[in-house]
Design a protein around this ligand. Structure first.
Ligand code: FE
Length: 208
């Protein structure tokens, strides 16, 4: 089965072809159940997504005791909300403050907190991001449209399969009257990786 794009290149990368070959082989030999595999993929593609992370952030913004637990022992606090499991064996939550901006990368590959954010976006896995996030975080953030003041310390955290980091973005000014449920709706995925901020609704789509 070859999938062609309009300019004639096959859509599958070398790695994807290898994965498919491996999958066929494992299924053929009866080592892997194709249905179970499909269900696993479907779970992470459609059921477990960044919305879990949005709920974590909104709760941390509105429940100081939860936030304290979250920063002290990420896994235990996330498990309270039901977010645990594979690719999330150790998750560490980093709090952004007016003086500290945290940003997460996996320089080696694409380690990412699946139970909280689902599967990583393509840019997170890309070589330019993995290499440049460490060397020039401010420049990378600018490309994401994020300007961080010179007085703010940018800390870049390198994820591994053992430790996966999650950023707790700052609660934007002007959201003091919003409920936890309303706050869930304004959080965005990249803010949990540190490549975006969260803006108050009045600032989103402001045409002036
Ligand atoms: Fe990795």
């Amino acid at each position: 089965m070859s999938e062609k794009t309009h300019d004639g290149h096959t859509e599958l990368t070398d790695n994807e072809l290898r994965v498919r070959a491996l999958e066929s082989l494992l299924t053929e030999r009866g080592l892997v159940d194709a249905d179970a595999l499909n269900e696993l993929i479907d779970t992470y593609e459609t059921k477990i997504g960044p919305r879990n992370g949005f709920k974590v952030v909104a709760r941390a913004w509105t429940d100081p005791e939860f936030k304290k637990r979250l920063l002290e022992d990420g896994n235990a606090a996330l498990a309270e909300m039901g977010y645990e499991g594979r690719q999330g064996e150790t998750m560490v939550v980093l709090e952004n403050t007016p003086k500290i901006h945290n940003m997460v990368v996996c320089t080696l590959c694409s380690c990412y907190p699946w139970p909280v954010l689902g599967l990583p976006p393509a840019w997170y896995k890309s070589f330019p991001y993995r290499s440049r996030a460490v060397i020039d975080p401010r420049g990378v953030l600018k490309e994401f449209g994020v300007e961080i003041g010179d007085d703010v310390d940018i800390r870049v955290w390198d994820s591994t399969s053992e430790t996966r980091f999650i950023v707790l973005p700052e609660r934007p000014a002007g959201t003091e009257d919003m409920t936890e449920e309303e706050l869930v709706e304004i959080v965005n995925r990249n803010s949990l990786i540190g490549t975006a901020l969260v803006e108050a609704p009045s600032a989103i789509g402001d045409q002036s």
